[in-house]
Design a protein around this ligand. Structure first.
Ligand SMILES: *[C@@H]1O[C@H](CO)[C@@H](O)[C@H](O)[C@H]1NC(C)=O
Ligand SMILES: *[C@@H]1O[C@H](CO)[C@@H](O)[C@H](O)[C@H]1NC(C)=O
Ligand SMILES: *[C@@H]1O[C@H](CO)[C@@H](O)[C@H](O)[C@H]1NC(C)=O
Ligand SMILES: *[C@@H]1O[C@H](CO)[C@@H](O)[C@H](O)[C@H]1NC(C)=O
Ligand SMILES: *[C@@H]1O[C@H](CO)[C@@H](O)[C@H](O)[C@H]1NC(C)=O
Length: 272
């Protein structure tokens, strides 16, 4: 009872102040890559590629921000990170598709990462490759003023650790489960830290956790930022930046002192 109530209160608190910080209002390109091999103009591959990209984007926009297409000769993946709103998803994947065809006009395979979405395709299956460990990041240039560096670092790693576990186990427990988690913890009494993590759906729970751990290790003590690989994504802010879809995906981590070192994890807390 108590833990459910605390989670509900946390959602109310989070969403009362639910505004997007202006620095993140824009949809911007992070990275792109074209395969060296090109297909020939008017080839069957080009035709099915264009159709597949349109389908996979439509499916992602209408299907909650995620779609993979492995049925044809061209394999595709379209993701909107779940901390972005649906209208941002459509805009982002539209821009990614437009710019991908400009940047890689006849590439057999290509990937384009935006701050809010990822679009990839190839002539062979490529999902869930844990060896794909390139990382990209954007950090707020301002260092945090919340608590001292040690308190901030402790809060950040505590939150990232719990979110990594929640995202990995959320996936394992349901077939349609999306591998993401929203979270909040205290840095000091007055200052909160908010974070979001997401893995590509096909990533195994272990690889999901490993990917998020690897990203978490390099996060700086700034007021916020985003870090990406092609298989997982993290964002953290000292202001609320998200609206969790429901209590199941929100993890509120209690600070260990002076409160007892217990944590409220909605999906796990019933027996505790
Ligand atoms: C593929 O096309 C791009 C330009 O569209 C070109 O720069 C590149 O050299 C081509 N690759 C090969 C292997 O011919
Ligand atoms: C390419 O992306 C930029 C933002 O990075 C956007 O302003 C532009 O409209 C996009 N171009 C196309 C053709 O979608
Ligand atoms: C960083 O701090 C300066 C001075 O307080 C402020 O003007 C600026 O907007 C901040 N930048 C971001 C990205 O928050
Ligand atoms: C809550 O969100 C999770 C993850 O998106 C989803 O799997 C679950 O069905 C949702 N539960 C309800 C009651 O909407
Ligand atoms: C955060 O701090 C406030 C004020 O000290 C406290 O009421 C709240 O329970 C704390 N929340 C967590 C999740 O530790």
């Amino acid at each position: 009872m108590d833990s459910n109530l605390a989670v509900l209160l946390a959602i109310v608190v989070v969403c009362v102040a639910c505004t997007t910080p202006p620095a993140f209002a824009q949809t911007v390109q992070v990275w792109s890559e074209c395969s060296p091999q090109n297909y020939t103009a008017l080839s069957a591959y080009g035709t099915s590629l264009r159709r597949m990209l349109k389908d996979v984007i439509d499916a992602a926009v209408s299907g909650g921000g995620y779609a993979a297409n492995d049925a044809g000769v061209a394999h595709g993946l379209a993701i909107c990170y779940a901390d972005a709103r649906p209208e941002v998803c459509r805009l982002c994947l539209g821009m990614a598709a437009g710019n991908l065809s400009l940047a890689c006009p006849r590439a057999m395979g290509a990937a384009m990462l935006y701050n809010n979405c990822l679009l990839r395709y190839a002539d062979a299956p490529f999902l869930a490759r844990p060896d794909m460990n390139q990382e990209f990041s954007f950090y707020n240039p301002n260092m945090t003023s919340a608590g001292d560096a040690a308190q901030f670092g402790t809060a950040l790693s505590r939150l990232m650790d719990r979110l990594g576990l929640a995202a990995a186990t959320a996936a394992a427990s349901s077939s349609r489960g999306r591998r993401f988690a929203f979270g909040q913890t205290n840095i000091t009494g007055d200052d909160s830290l908010y974070a979001f993590v997401q893995c590509v759906d096909d990533l195994s729970p272990d690889d999901c956790r490993r990917c998020l751990q690897s990203i978490a290790e390099s996060l700086p003590m700034t007021r916020g930022g985003r870090a990406y690989s092609l298989t997982c994504y993290t964002r953290f802010e000292v202001v609320p930046f998200y609206r969790p879809p429901n209590a199941t995906s929100l993890v509120v981590v209690a600070s260990p002192a002076p409160a007892p070192a217990s944590a409220l994890l909605p999906t796990e807390s019933r027996g505790e």
